[in-house]
Design a protein around this ligand. Sequence first.
Ligand code: ZN
Length: 243
Amino acid sequence: MIETLRVVVWNEYRHEREDARFAAVYPKGIHAAIAEGLTGPRDLIIETATLDEPEHGLTAQRLAETDVLIWWGHKAHGEVADEVAARVQQRVLDGMGLIVLHSGHFSKVFKRLMGTSCDLKWRVGHDRERLWVVNPGHPIAAGIGERFALEQEEMYGEHFDIPAPDELVFISWFTGGEVFRSGCCFYRGAGKVFYFRPGHESFPTYYDPTVRRVLVNAVRWAAPSGGPQRTFGNAKPLEAIAP
Ligand code: ZN
């Protein structure tokens, strides 16, 4: 029997429903394209959830049964209930993996876990993005090659106001000359967080085979490690302590 990982792809799902330009790129929503990119490996069980579902599709029970949550949001970060954002944060601290994509840098969930503004420079133009692997031994870089390019993407530039990542996997270069830390790993409590930059709503980024490979790798990296249950508070000594 193979060990399975339960993955939920969460999407705000507003741009694609409200604007024909984005619906043309992602007719079933960005979440559907991300989920499609994760199907194939038999050990991954993929589901989706969206903002307008009750409790944004992220009930306590659903989260308790989720190994890795993927998050895409942009224009409606403020509509995510504080209670649900706090619930996701707590699940990460308890060991759930979280992959935050692109404009999710400004989500309540990511900001809570980072503790900084998470602000950055941006430009929607005609930039090409080149992503360099800067940590070739990292599992998220498996099978990627030393670099890959996306012919059109939104530019995100430094300074990216995040805590120094525990591990940095990718740095992006853009045609306009900017650079950006575009693949960042963080450990929070018993959980792992991966921020991955590409994925603007008007570009077909989530169909790109290399991007899909990165996301499959990231799901495996972020999955709960099976480490010890954390305990806190007053503790009895393990050995006799002389008075
Ligand atoms: Zn964007």
